[in-house]
Design a protein around this ligand. Sequence first.
Ligand SMILES: C[S@@+](CC[C@H](N)C(=O)[O-])C[C@H]1O[C@@H](n2cnc3c(N)ncnc32)[C@H](O)[C@@H]1O
Length: 357
Amino acid sequence: MMKDSNYNQIKAEAFSESLIDILNKSAIALALSIGDRVGLFKVMAGLPASTSKQIACAANLNERYVREWLGTMVTGRVVNYFPETLTYQLPPEHAAFLTEEGEYNFAGAMQFVPVLAGVEDKLIKCFEKGGGVPYSAYPRFHEVMAAESAQTVVAALEPYILPLVPGLKEKLEAGIDVLDVGCGAGRAMLKLAETYPNSRFTGYDFSEEGIRHANNEKMKRGLTNIRFEVRDAADLGHMEDYDLITSFDAIHDQANPAAMLNSIAEALRPDGVYLIQDIAGSSHLEKNLEHPVSPFLYTISLTHCMTVSLAYEGAGLGAMWGEEKAVEMMHAAGFENVSVHHLDHDFMNTYYVATKQ
Ligand SMILES: C[S@@+](CC[C@H](N)C(=O)[O-])C[C@H]1O[C@@H](n2cnc3c(N)ncnc32)[C@H](O)[C@@H]1O
């Protein structure tokens, strides 16, 4: 390649080093996902320094596969290795971020990488011809999404999310009507239905798979104050029937988000509250440069959120539609008051509280 006089060799070498880093980290991400699925982090968290045979035996897995995986984990500085004894150890400070029992299970979140990479061929066709990849093309999406939302939403409902609306817990205790739109596998509503037996809960999603998971869990828990139904959010068909409506990570990937917001405004009682969680970010690309996980979120959007909307000839807002656009659309749907909140535990999401009066 011809190099012009402005070509900066130091800059070029620094960039190529950062590409090597990306290559290694993308491989580690895949191995972390596999480790999570086969239960290796959970097993290793409970073991002292052990040989690959002992680890494989404790996890009931094939030793050769476990040893190769440990190669990635050791060279990726996830697991410590002691060559004198041929043993491996997962430090507790790392286990805290790689198991469900810890502070946050990043290994679980890594599962998005293979799930979304699975549609690469279809996505390439979309680059060439337009259109989108439908929800149904992503096996395991609802399972991975539900595990993620259990960490960011379900666990945070009582301590952080409900207190965003003053007096809401008291109303839930007394008994109100609650609807979750785009409920997926329904974990947030299931948790609230258990905690607040006097209130009545509904979850809608257009995914039969999501609603099947939700209904199975409802039966398992023996809950009678909740129902789930397959329904399109663009036309909920309710008029002032709910005191509280929620949507968790479910606006930006809608085919028709404006219709969904209008439909929610109609379904809400005049003094009702719409409580929203959606991806944190600005509507302006240049303002997302310092966002800690921007490349991850734009890629999630490209490989899922935007394309699932375009698959139905939708708006294709994308996960990084941003707070400015979100507030504008909520006002346009008839929400007079919209407050924007950021929670310390969750840098990936913004929370909005919207009311009609
Ligand atoms: C990113 S997932 C979030 C799921 C769930 N709220 C959670 O936090 O785990 C978005 C959900 O919106 C649902 N969805 C998308 N478009 C919809 C529509 N038009 N009507 C109903 N649900 C829809 C999807 O099926 C999916 O379950």
